[in-house]
Design a protein around this ligand. Structure first.
Ligand code: NAD
Length: 462
């Protein structure tokens, strides 16, 4: 099938590449010339595990193409996916200008065809309830006649996006057109051969399904963050509570890990948008309002503890930060909790040295030289007064604690991701603080008491 993808970001690029991998003929279009140039030259503009192999193969075999010209992609296509940004506006509502603008352009292109040919226009962006109807109106107003608009929300998770797209737990197709439903079902059948469902429903329910899913998960994380905060005060251990409740199948094991709040390009914006849409419909979605408030607080909490540990100021203190990406296995730093942590640290006067395996450049674009960037996790630790952990990259899980102690000025860690066992850390001589778990007095340890003279100075900071 001939497919056009409009918007070649995290969602559009994965969607286009995976459809090409299934033998479809895919043309992706983007307004960003530089991005399109790079893609044409075989360079991926994002880090997403597993994407490169599919991308290179399909580019080489001609099933995946890139352009900046909308009509080159849209006119030959039978199905046109809109994978455009829908960022939050000041009032929390989703900004639909890219979606509506492209819909109008597509409408004019279709209207100018001498013989109208049927197309399916698919909203893959996360859009408020009623957007499929708005897009349909825009296309009609531009003069397009033979088309259906389908809502097909995307549930992929950055970091495992290719796996999620290739084997989705479910595909949601919102349409009242039987023809469009058949066409879309055919397109997705190769992805659900293990029997996962393709759910066909009306457009509004499909749009709401996406928001409800993200809002539920954001609330679940936030609930657990609050449980952790209370555990700290009551002397309970949130790790044990987590296992205690997660074994209940009604609750489930996932999304129960407390931390420094949720971030990323989706949860904060989608929760805000659902609160806004609900308000417009005359309903106050109180649990989500609280979710946003608690998350705001949670993102700053750990950093504020660091500041108060040092008596209210970090002037002259060197703070190492491990992890900048909003979660592991991505270079995406949109709404990253690390950035909120860093802002608190900087405001208290700290010199921040950060390390992230993939998100250095994306962070540099936001924070510039307000912080220093280390070339390795150990490089960030040189002379640091404290380490703050913000992202749970696997490589941080079993570090060389002896080397860490030798590099740091003091063995002090604030861990926003609960990577280590508090008792063990105390026995290794670390003053180790985590989220919702007991803090143990550190013991003077022989285990790691190597001489400072053996410090490896090869870890450089840029
Ligand atoms: P993104 O910012 O990574 O990508 C959007 C792309 O669209 C950019 O490359 C941009 O240059 C391009 N673009 C903007 N205006 C354009 C126009 N007029 N014509 C052509 N291209 C244009 O965004 P994303 O993360 O891929 O998200 C896209 C949508 O998918 C959003 O609505 C988002 O909420 C939703 N979504 C995202 C994820 C995720 O994990 N990132 C998951 C599910 C759903």
């Amino acid at each position: 099938m001939k497919i056009a993808i409009v918007g070649t970001g995290y969602v559009g690029l994965v969607t286009g590449t995976c459809f090409a991998e299934m033998g479809n003929d895919v043309c992706c279009v983007d307004i960003d010339d530089h991005k399109v140039d790079r893609l044409r030259q075989g360079q991926l503009p994002i880090y997403e595990p597993g994407l490169e192999v599919f991308f290179e193969r399909n580019l080489r075999e001609g099933r995946l193409r890139f352009t900046t010209v909308l009509e080159e992609a849209v006119l030959p296509a039978e199905v046109v996916f809109l994978a455009l940004p829908t960022p939050p506006r000041g009032d929390g509502s989703a900004d639909l200008s890219a979606v509506l603008q492209v819909a109008a352009q597509i409408g004019s292109l279709l209207a100018a065809e001498p013989e109208p040919r049927y197309r399916v226009i698919v909203n893959k962006s996360t859009v408020p309830v009623g957007t499929a109807a708005r897009v349909r109106r825009v296309l009609e107003e531009a003069g397009a006649v033979a088309f259906d608009v389908v809502s097909n929300p995307e549930f992929l998770r950055e970091g495992v996006a290719v796996d999620d797209f290739m084997k989705p737990e479910r595909v949601v197709i919102g349409t009242s057109s039987e023809h469009a439903a058949r066409l879309m079902t055919g397109l997705y059948e190769p992805f659900v051969r293990q029997g996962n469902p393709i759910l066909v429903m009306d457009e509004r329910s499909a749009e709401m399904t996406k928001y409800a899913a993200n809002a539920f998960l954001a609330a679940k994380i936030t609930f657990m963050n609050e449980v952790a905060n209370v555990c700290e005060r009551l002397g309970a251990n949130v790790d044990q509570v987590r296992i205690g409740i997660g074994t209940d199948s009604r609750i489930g094991k996932q999304f129960l890990y407390p931390g420094i709040g949720f971030g990323g390009s989706c949860f904060p914006k989608d929760v805000k948008a659902l609160v806004h849409t609900s308000n417009e419909a005359g309903y106050q979605f109180e649990i989500l309002e609280a979710t946003l408030r608690v998350n705001e607080r949670q993102r700053r909490r750990l950093a504020e503890e660091v500041v108060s540990h040092f008596g209210g100021t970090l002037k002259g203190r060197r703070v190492a930060v491990w992890g900048l990406a909003f979660k592991p296995n991505t270079d995406d730093v949109r709404e990253a909790p690390s950035h909120y942590v860093i802002e608190v640290l900087l405001a208290a006067g700290a010199d921040v040295v950060a390390y992230d395996p993939e998100a250095r450049e994306t962070t540099r674009q936001v924070l510039g030289d307000r912080i220093a960037y280390a070339e390795s996790e150990y490089g960030a630790l040189e002379g640091a007064d404290v380490l703050v952990i913000c992202t749970e990259w696997n490589e941080f899980r079993r570090p060389d604690f002896g080397r860490m102690k030798r590099l740091m000025k003091a063995p002090l860690i604030f861990d926003g991701r609960n990577l280590y066992d508090p008792k063990r850390m105390a026995s290794l001589g670390f003053d180790y603080h985590s989220i919702g778990r007991p803090h143990y007095e550190s013991e003077t340890s022989d285990v790691l008491a190597d001489e400072r003279s053996t410090v490896d100075r090869s870890d450089s900071v840029s």
